[in-house]
Design a protein around this ligand. Structure first.
Ligand SMILES: [Zn+2]
Length: 160
């Protein structure tokens, strides 16, 4: 993968051709399994076997690039969801530390990567070497992913 900004950056920041805006919010897709949702937020436990418990929080309201574009009520909904899911991930996976990465450099639509950090970790004491997914990542086996997703849904009060 070449290192550059997306060529359609100007459109993407306006929500034109935005993959996250176009999502039908499925229960499960090629990226992962949804473990929690509100009217405007989804939490998706990732299939990519990058780090145990790696989860994306995705804003599902209108297209937003920067979190400061949210109204106070939307911001509260978003960040409370981030905290709610982060706490459940900490309790379930028992990592040393949770990392919260709100980047949007390859998909400029508001989302936050929750990356649990463990004693045995690719970069102890440093930022996680998170790369954009290109589909070539090793996958968490389906039965393991769903077992974790079911336990997390229960912990998060999501009965979907
Ligand atoms: Zn969008």
């Amino acid at each position: 993968m070449s290192i550059s900004w997306p060529v359609d950056w100007a459109n993407l920041t306006q929500g034109i051709g935005c993959e996250m805006c176009n999502s039908s919010r499925p229960d499960s897709d090629k990226y992962g399994v949804r473990i929690f949702s509100t009217n405007n937020v989804d939490a998706v436990l990732q299939r990519a076997g990058i780090q145990r418990g790696y989860t994306l929080i995705i804003w599902r309201g209108r297209h937003i690039t920067e979190p400061y574009e949210l109204t106070d009520a939307e911001s509260s909904d978003y960040w409370r969801s981030v905290m709610h899911v982060a706490k459940a991930l900490m309790n379930y996976y028992q990592p040393l530390k949770m990392n919260y990465e709100t980047l949007g450099n390859s998909v400029p639509h508001l989302h936050t990567h929750l990356v649990p950090r463990y004693i045995k970790d690719p970069a102890p004491g440093r930022p996680f070497p998170l790369l954009p997914q290109d589909g070539s990542e090793a996958k968490v086996p389906d039965d393991e992913l769903w077992e974790q997703a079911r336990a997390l849904r229960k912990a998060l009060g999501d009965t979907a």
